[in-house]
Design a protein around this ligand. Structure first.
Ligand code: UTP
Length: 402
């Protein structure tokens, strides 16, 4: 901690002055262990994600996938059977919009009977592994705060029938949080308000937590990384794997056709010649509404956080610096009077790296179109769009009994 940071440590200094002895030492130790350069991101937050020149990127679309289904499936299943495919479940988020205290994957979305988010994912994965006849190694990223609950939940539910020797858990790093004035928040008298460092650090967290040895031992060549909150998520999808391998690209991304030009999704395209995701707020009206000769949107495919990366390429970029996104969030904290506050609306910033920035570090990426109603049922919010209600509707549409 340097002096010029001054006001950023307003709450921390105040608390340090109040504490004595062992408690003071403990807090000081936690402070000393943190790389505080992350706070510089607050000042630079407007420019941190300045972008280059975007250009459209053609996807492998559903018609082509249907026409080449046998070929893609054969290649994909062969890769799975050869043990070349691993999967990484991103479950380190805090799910603040949903506002559920336990890990998001443990939410029960059933009506007549119990059906948990983790269960939906494991069932989807088992459809593939049953057909392939071999399990796919699954690495689950948790955070320091939800690690134990997540592991206990899987234990309690006997891994939903999956071979547990193929499941490993690892933890992602935590970083401090700040209020809107950039002042580091406290969570309690002796703890800083820490938050997971975003889903972009998943591979480096795997490395730090010793997972790479297992990845090498098993001979995994491709990793399918996906979000916890899409209950229709298709994992280790043989057709997606086959199409990505056939394309010769070093990464692939599942995408859905945009519902409307102004839909709020990040679109897969290129930026200065490399694959990239343009966020909806980064697109000009002209970009968002431009159409091809056949009437389709030129920037027409949104990402759904389901990617396939070549493992050796991930190792190449593991040490590279990733942009830090400064994101407004609801952050539980301790106020100056010592009250624990659980804010109803965003009260500060978290610092996150994002998977989508990894895509930009790859030389190429094949967008692979999936049918939204069959593969995309995200649970983000308590009500309205992307909520448990909308996900249930989509699950029913796919014949899942709730
Ligand atoms: P979101 O961006 O929706 O974040 O995560 P979140 O923390 O789950 O939810 P909100 O924004 O607080 O409501 C997309 C995916 O990335 C994972 C999540 O678990 C989810 O699968 N994630 C997110 C992590 O694994 N770590 C993080 O630090 C953030």
């Amino acid at each position: 901690m340097t002096k010029q940071m001054g006001d950023q440590f307003y709450y921390v200094d105040k608390q340090l002055r109040k504490l004595e002895g062992k408690e003071k030492q403990e807090l000081q130790k936690k402070i000393d262990e943190i790389d505080w350069s992350i706070l510089d991101a607050v000042e630079r937050r407007e420019t941190i994600t300045e972008r280059g020149v975007f250009a459209p990127l053609d996807a492998v679309e559903v018609d082509e996938i249907a026409a080449r289904a046998d070929e893609f499936k054969k290649t994909g299943l062969e890769a799975i059977r050869a043990g070349k495919i691993g999967a990484v479940l991103l479950a380190g988020g805090q799910g603040t919009r949903l506002g559920y205290d336990q890990p998001k994957g443990t939410v029960n979305i059933g009506i007549e009977h119990d059906i948990y988010i983790f269960e939906c994912l494991m069932k989807n994965l088992m459809k593939v592994t049953d057909e392939a006849g071999v399990p796919v190694p699954l690495y689950i990223m948790t955070s320091v705060s939800n690690n134990r609950d997540t592991i206990e939940f899987f234990e309690e539910h006997k891994y939903f029938g999956y071979d547990r020797s193929y499941v490993k858990f690892f933890k992602q790093e935590m970083v401090p949080t700040v209020d809107f004035k950039g002042r580091v928040l406290m969570a309690s008298e002796t703890e800083l308000a820490m938050a997971p460092n975003g889903n972009g650090g998943w591979f480096s967290s795997m490395v730090v937590d010793g997972m790479l040895e297992d990845v090498h031992k098993r001979g995994i060549e491709w990793i399918n990384v996906f979000a916890v909150d899409n209950v229709l998520q298709q994992i280790a999808d043989p057709l997606f794997i086959g199409a990505t391998l056939a394309s010769g690209c070093e990464s692939g991304a599942k995408v859905v056709r945009k519902a409307a030009p102004d839909e709020r999704v990040g679109v897969l395209c290129t930026e200065d010649g490399r694959p990239s995701i343009a966020e909806y707020y980064e697109m000009t009206d002209e970009m968002a509404t431009a159409r091809k000769e056949n009437g389709d949107l030129l920037y027409g495919f949104g990402v759904i956080l389901n990617y396939l990366f070549r493992e050796d390429k991930l190792e190449e970029i593991a040490d590279r610096h990733m942009p830090i996104h400064v994101v407004e969030k609801k952050i539980p904290y301790m106020d100056e009077k010592g009250n624990r506050v659980k804010p109803e609306k965003p009260n500060g910033y978290k610092f996150e790296t994002l998977v989508l920035d990894m895509v930009h570090m790859m030389n190429d990426c094949i967008p692979y179109e999936v049918v939204r109603e069959k593969e995309f049922a995200p649970i983000k919010n308590r009500d309205g769009v992307d909520s448990i209600d909308t996900a249930r509707e989509l699950l029913r549409g796919n014949g899942v009994l709730l």
